[in-house]
Design a protein around this ligand. Structure first.
Ligand code: ADP
Ligand code: MG
Length: 210
């Protein structure tokens, strides 16, 4: 599939469905080490993104991502709202002026988004956050693109790395966000944000395979 406007809209629509389907799961994970709102936050945000884009979707992929970012910042709340808002705002800038994304452009989209999350949240690898799923995904996608992988191939590698990173948060002690208040009691639980971040990458891979 060529990654242009329709593919970006398809990804955002897939995210609405994925976060609706995983609402309880994400909320359960956040109940263990946070305040039990991550599933409802993500579901509310992407439902609102869908409503805004259904009413009027911009003609350009970058503008669509920018409009999604604005809605997420307004509606998700918590720590995740500004972080995912920043992800899509930076991703939008990486797509500016492009009608179709090459494999390198897809990597650039994720790179810009993930760097934005890092700058905004100041989390380091191993802090038990969404960064622990996102950074390995980016590294795997970059490596695959450097080997000449197509978009489906590099996304598959990204998903596998994001999943491993997500599972790798279980033994970690949280050092950022609400879960960090628990200290050593955060050990043994999968991070909700790393889980929603894995789903973000997985939804892109699934949508763009067609
Ligand atoms: P809140 O913690 O405000 O209730 P959410 O429950 O929606 O917000 O999101 C929690 C998730 O946000 C955590 O599981 C973690 O992955 C992520 N998170 C929290 N703080 C940071 C940060 N500084 N950088 C990156 N991710 C973070
Ligand atoms: Mg929470």
């Amino acid at each position: 599939m060529a990654i242009g406007r329709e593919a970006i809209l398809g990804w955002l629509d897939a995210l609405r469905q994925v976060y609706a389907a995983n609402r309880e799961r994400l909320t359960e994970l956040d109940a263990a080490i946070g305040d039990a709102d991550h599933g409802t936050n993500m579901d509310r945000g992407f439902t609102a993104v869908h409503a805004a884009l259904a009413a009027q979707a911009p003609s350009d992929a970058g503008d669509i991502l920018k409009s999604a970012a604005m809605v997420l910042i307004r509606t998700v709340g918590g720590a995740a709202g500004p972080l995912y808002g920043t992800f899509f705002l930076r991703a939008a800038a990486a797509c500016a002026g492009k009608t179709e994304l090459s494999p390198a452009d897809v990597v650039a989209l994720f790179q810009a988004g993930i760097e934005g999350v890092q700058q905004r949240g100041k989390a380091e690898p191993g802090d038990k956050t969404m960064i622990d799923a996102l950074l390995p995904a980016l590294a795997a996608m970059r490596a695959a693109a450097a080997r000449g992988a197509d978009i489906a191939g590099l996304m598959d590698d990204g998903v596998a790395a994001a999943e491993a990173g997500m599972l790798g948060t279980i033994p970690l002690q949280a050092r950022k966000g609400r879960a960090s208040y628990l200290g050593a009691r955060s050990i043994g639980h999968q991070d909700p944000g790393a889980t929603s971040a894995f789903l973000l990458v997985k939804a892109a891979a699934a949508t763009w395979r067609a």
